[in-house]
Design a protein around this ligand. Structure first.
Ligand code: NAD
Length: 295
């Protein structure tokens, strides 16, 4: 029970990864505020956690704006006396290629993922700083945010922004003993199980208990939400007090540390670069081995 006496909020915890996080945090001893926009799903999650001997309450709201974020923190404090861990996991997809993506597609995804992560982390940081004793902010990134992905302008932007916020918060919150890290998960959920490469294997797992093959669990780092949840428990624990500003990948049998962007090749021209000089230098200098994109 490595999280005894800790209090956590998990957004989007009614199903999928968030539900696995809430279950695992509760099983490790934490009291959990289960947030979801779907009231039924949140209530079922709370019943299940309580049935297994854990402590949980539901707080139904659509995360994104400040009011919902502050209500989540207030709920943790009112019901359990404090807040130690904020897990911002809620998410939606509105996939379309750039030229078909509407303003609404873009804004919806940015509102839930990027603004929701910002407002929930800010509300948590305020409470944790006031309370003293540090804290944990654990956010949800994505391989799409790290690498870009076809059809995901909105989602890749939001997830890349979330990784950028974590790097910034790890500096800003260090003095208060609050860590900020991104989990970069890959798992079979409503969001991913219809992907053609994964669908037949997930069906075999869910309907006949056939384990996912090594080609998925190791090769693709793809497994179940329960494979991802232990990373959230670790990051929430005292054992991870020194881990901050990181993007940690997990899925199936794989655990990985993602690199942060940095200059991989540099060149200098006395007095600065002209367009002609860049054109001449590009193929033999910094442009010789361009970075790859995509998953
Ligand atoms: N499944 C994966 O392989 C994968 C990969 C990379 C990143 N992620 C990220 O992990 C997180 C969870 O994904 P998932 O696959 O479990 O998705 P999911 O669709 O199974 O679950 C998302 C949950 O969030 C809830 N939700 C949606 N909008 C909300 C809002 N505004 N406020 C509160 N709750 C809201 C939904 O009702 C749902 O219960 C997301 O941030 C997602 O982008 C997932």
């Amino acid at each position: 029970m490595i999280l005894t006496n800790k209090v956590a909020v998990v957004t989007g915890a009614g199903r999928g990864l968030g539900l696995a996080y809430a279950r695992a945090l509760a099983a490790a001893g934490a009291a959990v505020v289960v947030n979801d926009v779907d009231a039924e799903a949140a209530a079922a999650a709370v019943r299940e956690i309580a049935g297994a001997g854990g402590r949980a309450v539901a707080e139904v709201s659509a995360v994104g704006g400040t009011q919902a974020a502050e209500a989540l923190v207030a709920r943790a404090v009112e019901d359990f006396g404090r807040l130690d861990v904020m897990v911002t996991n809620a998410g939606v997809l509105r996939d379309r290629v750039l030229w078909k993506m509407t303003d609404e597609d873009f804004d919806t995804v940015v509102e839930v993922h990027l603004r929701g992560t910002f407002t929930c982390a800010r509300a948590a940081a305020n409470r944790m700083r006031e309370q003293g004793g540090g804290g944990r902010i654990i956010v949800a990134g994505s391989p799409a945010g790290q690498r870009g992905n076809f059809g995901q302008t909105n989602y890749a932007a939001a997830k890349a922004g979330i990784a950028a916020m974590v790097r910034t918060w790890s500096m800003e919150l260090a003095k208060a003993g609050i860590t900020a890290n991104a989990v970069i998960p890959v798992a079979a959920t409503a969001m991913t199980k219809t992907m053609p490469a994964f669908a037949p294997h997930i069906e075999a797992l869910e309907q006949h208990g056939v384990p996912l093959p090594d080609a998925l669990r190791k090769g693709e780092g793809f497994g179940t939400p329960e494979d991802v949840a232990p990373l959230v428990v670790f990051l929430a624990s005292d054992a991870a007090a020194g881990v901050t500003g990181q993007c940690v990948g997990i899925g199936g049998d794989k655990l990985a540390l993602w690199s942060h962007p940095r200059e991989v090749s540099v060149a200098y021209a006395d007095g600065g670069w002209s367009a002609e000089a860049i054109a001449a230098a590009w193929p033999v200098s910094v442009g010789r081995a361009p970075e790859t994109v995509g998953l």
